[in-house]
Design a protein around this ligand. Structure first.
Ligand code: BES
Ligand code: ZN
Ligand code: ZN
Length: 496
């Protein structure tokens, strides 16, 4: 899909559809929409009066052959209350408009940015909204001859003096959205086409193309480094594990400055192991590598956006399988850090591989740690598919991330990490155990376990189990992988 900045006045744009947005207020026909209304002989005013055009969030009003416009259609999308309007709403509005028109076989559209909104942020947001909305998880459908396809999106409404900023935002938005879709492509692959070996190859190819340094640790190297927690999960599978390490190290990074460590869980299939999962819905566990995919996608974006901070990405990857070699409940493992772990449930495997991932990132020099993982069913119970569960050991660092999430339009909610929860994972026969002894608090307990390996480093854990996969399509996003947390992390890192 092509996306460009259009400099023609909107009335003269010969698109299949001109899209703009209206606010929910006593008179939604204002500003540029009032200009359109004038050209259209007062039609919009009449629709508003009759109650058909209200500006309510994601209300669609489609007008064919609008008078006074060269465009074949006019689509007005409700953007809600003006006081609450922000980039998160604009992103959804743009994405939902694209999917609405695509489903009606429209191939090109122009988005008219409203008066006062013609900034770099708006082009970035619209690029992100439309490009991520255009993604479909239909790679393995062979009959695509009736597929609907958007060929181009034009962004309109920018004056000559606003153009340079608009172009800049557009390039940034395109980079971020392409990286998010890159991560979604990885997550969308089934486990027979996305083993740890394949994931590592794809990460390596991306890193090389982007000019990032990359190292792939194979099972031998992983054993040499004594990554006992990762190996314990991998031992049940015929597929060997991998540890992907990608580094972005700009010349502008000063000695002694923070080094960000991004650690992503990449279990390419989670059967649960000997503590096997029920058959119903198990197919979804191909997305248990979404945390790793997100972090690899973040690195792709950073390579192009060039922040001034060093970033080390560590992605431990394995399958979690039952079998003759699989670890068994009660087994005791020694993590790379030297801590011993009693594995009471082999299905709590994400925290095991992250234990070694986090420790290794620190060893490589990361001072600030962020992990992303489809870690617990408990976070789905707590927050459903709406919010990412956020856990942090340093409130200032966590607040920074939550602020970035707001700008990026990704909903995140902080959950507690009180010391009292540590009791639940205190070991009886080893240093710690991998599941809680009591009842409840499952998402926090998973986080508490990872914290054991972070030492004094400021650390944030993102539990994306509920948000990395859309069971149903949203008006602005297809069913399937979401690429959640990527935009937030890119924004956070760019703010250094
Ligand atoms: N990969 C799962 C978590 C998960 C659940 C991801 C639902 C996506 C959707 C994780 O490895 C797991 O199985 N966690 C267990 C932990 C439990 C045994 C303490 C869980 O949440 O049930
Ligand atoms: Zn599991
Ligand atoms: Zn898992």
């Amino acid at each position: 899909m092509q996306i460009t900045l259009e400099s023609k006045p909107f009335a003269g744009i010969e698109s299949e559809a001109l899209v703009s947005y209206v606010f929910e207020e006593s008179d939604p026909v204002q500003g540029r929409v009032a200009e359109i209304n004038k050209l259209a002989g007062g039609l919009l005013g009449r629709l508003a009066k009759s109650g058909e055009l209200t500006g309510k969030t994601l209300e669609f009003t489609l007008i064919h052959a609008p008078a006074g416009l060269k465009a074949a259609r006019l689509l007005l999308v409700g953007a809600g209350k003006r006081e609450q309007f922000n980039s998160a709403t604009l992103r959804k509005v743009a994405g939902a408009a694209l999917r609405y028109l695509k489903s009606r076989s429209v191939k090109n559209l122009a988005v008219l940015v409203r008066e006062g909104d013609t900034t770099a942020e708006s082009t970035q947001t619209i690029a992100e909204g439309t490009l991520t909305a255009d993604f479909e998880s239909d790679k393995y459908k062979t009959d695509k001859k009736n597929d609907k396809k958007i060929e181009s999106v034009a962004i309109a409404g920018y004056s000559d003096s606003e153009r340079a900023a608009g172009e800049k935002g557009l390039v940034k938005g395109r980079t971020i959205a392409d990286s998010q879709n890159f991560a979604r492509d990885l997550v969308n692959e089934p486990s027979n086409k996305m083993t740890p070996t394949i994931l590592a190859q794809k990460a390596e190819a991306m890193a090389k193309a982007a000019g990032l340094s990359v190292e792939i640790l194979d099972e031998k190297k992983i054993a040499e480094l004594k990554m006992g927690a990762l190996l314990s999960v991998a031992q049940g599978s015929v597929e060997p594990p991998r540890m992907v390490v990608i580094t972005y190290n700009p010349p502008s990074a000063k000695p002694g400055a923070p080094v960000i460590g991004l650690i992503g869980k990449a279990v390419t299939f989670d059967t649960g192991g000997i503590s096997i999962k029920p058959a119903d819905g198990m197919e979804k566990m191909k997305y248990d590598m979404a945390g790793g995919a997100t972090m690899i996608g973040v690195m792709r974006a950073l390579a192009a956006l060039k922040p001034n901070v060093k970033v080390i990405c560590v992605v431990p990857s394995t399958e979690n399988m039952p079998g003759g070699h699989a670890q068994k409940p009660g087994d005791i493992q020694t993590a790379m850090s030297g801590k011993t772990i009693e594995v009471l449930n082999t299905d709590a495997e994400g925290r095991l591989i992250l234990a070694d991932g986090v420790h290794y990132a620190k060893q490589l020099g990361a001072t600030h740690l962020i992990d992303a993982a489809t870690l617990t069913g408990a976070v789905v119970v707590a927050l459903a598919g709406i919010n990412v569960g956020v856990f942090g050991s340093d409130q200032a660092f966590t607040d920074k991330l939550l602020a970035s999430a707001k700008v990026a339009g990704e909903k995140m909610w902080q959950l507690p990490m009180d010391e009292e929860y540590r009791e639940f994972i205190k070991g009886t026969v080893a240093d710690i155990q991998n599941i809680g002894s009591g009842k409840g608090g499952g998402a926090t307990i998973g986080a508490m376990f990872i914290k054991e390996f972070t030492g004094d480093s400021p650390w944030i854990h993102l539990d994306i189990a509920g948000t990395a996969w859309n069971d149903d399509a949203k008006p602005w996003l297809a069913k399937g992988p979401t690429g959640v947390a990527l935009r937030t992390l890119v924004h956070l890192i760019m703010s250094y």
